[in-house]
Design a protein around this ligand. Structure first.
Ligand SMILES: [Zn+2]
Length: 336
């Protein structure tokens, strides 16, 4: 997975590529940012670029892995002798033994590649003893070794570990980036990809985790609900609009379905509020619905959309407390 195949984070990837090309890559890196946005993928791309047998310049990247040579393929399959990935085991933590093991190995020259790369995924799961064991190695990594810590909760790492690594902060992906990745790597149809991306808050991982529920349908229902709320003020008629919203679902399934509708509603209301405030359309989570959302923003000015957004938030909290989904829907539809 060369840099060129990673969606988003282009400036940061270009920096890494330049550092690799000029041999100025810091030996200890901390890739930090929300989960599911490509941090581990980037760490593997660094390992490939450092060890590729036929590296090349691609687009904005001064150097990049070919993704096809024996070295790139072995790294991608996780079987390259010099590229080690440590991650939490079943206990959810990373114990000291695997860390000791890589520290020992890091003292030898690379076996088949040019650089040994140790990737610690979810590094915040390292037990304190393991973090302490790493300190000296992070401070003065053996020649030819690179340590890449990956974390969505970098503040959970010991300060002494953080201070020894060069931090690289990953921003959220745009909804368009998430949708593009879902279509390219996960066989999503465009409409489904856009709907999933709109709710995922810039995380591919979250978009995939939400799979199973028909997000396109949820977003469509939320859109209809908002359009009706914009036109209809009579309470009885408003209540009609949410009748049967969750179909035959009951129990936890009904709650999950209602939560999906509510998150879709929140995502649309956020966009309507942005448009009411003349925000840049590039920041929308649902850019494909821009025309309809713009029409909605005439009825939902910035104050009303914010109030409605707050109501959806309270409705989600009520669902979490096990309040009956139908009661929640009835309450909410009168607040919009
Ligand atoms: Zn290669």
């Amino acid at each position: 997975m060369p840099f060129a195949t990673i969606v988003g984070h282009q400036r940061l990837l270009a920096l890494l590529a330049r550092a690799i090309a000029r041999d100025t890559l810091p030996p200890s890196l901390l890739l930090a940012g929300a989960s599911g946005i490509g941090k581990r993928r980037t760490a593997v791309a660094v390992a490939e670029a450092l060890n590729c047998l036929a590296p090349r310049k691609t687009g904005a990247f001064e150097t990049d892995a070919c993704g096809e040579c024996a070295s790139c393929r072995r790294i991608a399959r996780g079987v390259h002798a010099d590229v080690v990935v440590i991650e939490p085991g079943e206990t959810g933590t990373i114990k000291i033994e695997p860390v000791r093991d890589v520290i020992d190995r890091a003292n030898y020259r690379p076996f088949e590649g040019r650089r040994r790369v140790v990737i610690v995924d979810e590094a915040d799961a390292l037990v304190d003893a393991a973090q302490n064991a790493l300190l000296k190695t992070l401070e003065e990594p053996p020649q030819a070794s690179v340590f890449i810590l990956v974390s969505s909760m970098p503040d959970a790492l010991l300060a002494t570990v953080r201070s020894r690594c060069r931090p690289l902060r990953f921003g959220e992906l745009t909804a368009t980036d998430v949708a593009a990745t879902l279509m390219r790597d996960h066989d999503y149809e465009e409409a489904d990809a856009r709907a999933a991306a709109a709710e995922a808050g810039g995380s591919i991982g979250r978009a995939l985790a939400a799979g199973g529920v028909d997000l396109t349908e949820a977003r469509g229902a939320a859109q209809r609900l908002l359009n009706q709320a914009a036109r209809v003020s009579d309470p009885a008629r408003r209540l009609e609009t949410v009748r049967g919203l969750t179909g035959k679902a009951t129990g936890a399934a009904e709650r999950d379905l209602m939560a999906t509708y509510l998150r879709a509603l929140a995502s649309l209301l956020r966009d309507v509020g942005l448009l009411a405030n003349q925000a840049d359309p590039g920041t929308l989570a649902n850019p494909d619905l821009q025309d309809d959302l713009r029409r909605l923003s005439a009825a939902f000015d910035s104050e009303r959309s914010m109030r409605a957004f707050g109501a959806v938030d309270r409705a989600l909290a009520a669902l979490d407390r096990n309040v009956n989904p139908k009661v929640v829907a009835n309450w909410l539809v009168l607040q919009l």
